[in-house]
Each structure stands twice: as C-alpha cells, then as structure tokens.
Ligand binder design. Sequence first.
Ligand code: KIV
Length: 267
Amino acid sequence: MSHVQVRPSGAEFSSLKVTPRTLLEKKRNHQPITALTAYDYPSGRIVDEAGIDLVLVGDSLAMTVLGHESTLSLTVEEMLHHARAVRRGVRRAFLVVDMPYGSYHLSAEDALRNALSFVKDGGAEAVKIEGGHRRASLVEELTAAEIPVVGHIGLTPQSVLRMGGYRVQGRSNPEIEEILEDAAALEGAGAVALVLEGIPRELAEQITATAKIPTIGIGAGPGCDGQILVFHDAFELTFTSSAKFVREFADAGSVLREGIARYKDAV
Ligand code: KIV
C-alpha cells in the first residue's frame, strides 16, 4: 500500500485531513485557524463535522466535565478515557491531546512514555504541554520520537499555584521578555504550533509576526493565526461566570433546561 497522499482539488480538498502542514499553510495564506475543545464522542463529532480545523481534548475537562476546581488532579488514565472517545468522533480535524499536570514533570522518560500512550492508545496526532523555555528540551525529545508537540504559553492553568490564580501574564517588561523567549525556544525545539493564553494582544501580535509556526490564541486578542475556545464556555454549559474574553456563541444550557422541562411536563 502506498502512503503517498494524492491531492484532490476543489471541494474535495476542503474535506482533506488537517495536519500540521495544513495549519502552516493557513498561517502563510492568512487564513484563520479554527479550534475548539471536545471531551467525548458527540462533542468531537459535532465539532469535526462543523469543519473546525483543530480539536483539543483539553485538560479543562477536569473542570468543565468532571467538576473539579482546577485541572491539577486530572490523571493520564482519565485523559486517555476522554481522548479515545473524542478520537472515535473526529475524522478530519487535527486531534491534539493535553498532557495532564504531572504527566511530563517527573522525567523525560516518563513524559515520553505518557505521550506515546496518548498517541498509541488515545489516538492523538499531537500532544500539548504547558510551559515555555524550560520545556524546550522535552519538546525536542518528543519531536525526536515523532510526536508533534503544541506548546502552550502565557497563562498556563497548570501553573495556577505558582501564579497565585488565573492572571493575565506578560504585563511587565521582564514578563514580556520571558514570554518572547518562551515562544522562540519552543519553536526552535520543534513545536508545530503555539497556544497563547491570557496575554496582551500586542504581545500576541508580536509573537505571531515573528513565529514561523502558527499561534492559536485564547484571551490573547484577535491578532493570532487562529483562535481556540473551551466548548462549554462557548456554548454556555458552565456553572460559573466565564472569563471576560469569552464570547458565547449559543446557549445550549438553556436549550437543555427547556427541553428537560418539556419532557418533565410531558411525563
Ligand atoms: O485545556 C484546555 O481547554 C486548554 C485550552 C484553554 C487551550 O488548554
């Protein structure tokens, strides 16, 4: 069997599998990259069928789906369980799986073992890890093992204890310098894309203009190569008020509540 993909043209092209190369082409052609999180088979399938480019099985599932107060307690097993379900629903989008807190902090060997399990067992096409230049050598090792890596810098929720809360990063000059260094180090180490979370729009624009790899923003202004939102934030399925930057695109929570009330009345 040949592994060479023959490129169809026209309408067929838009249904082609999204890969890091597709994201790179989109950046070069100034076409916005669309990304959303998904946590199970139906959300993965709905998001994929809507033509979103990148689906992230985010560790935000610890909060949105499992009801925890932060992402810190999520385990590799829990993540794998959700990744497998999303995998069954996603065909076209680039499927990225978050490495949970603690799964890449002990040693490079442990991180590699966990990342391999997300690829082999969870069906991930890339893993995402949080942190900047201190993660560069790990990004190199994962890349050398043929695992594409998406970096995540700025407001990194797994650093909530160190940051003392979920605070916008990159407001002071030393912080700006560090975030610029983070972006350059991860790109140099082989990351295929960068998530920029909770940083000033001017800083995100500067990184986007300098980086050769795509940037995907969340709370980082409109100047990134793409945007990502947490599914439950975008469609009003949360029980707390969302961050200021979150725009809601549908009120699925109200639709469900009304539907359940109608069912109850009918019974
Ligand atoms: O876990 C997640 O949902 C994320 C996004 C906020 C980018 O990391």
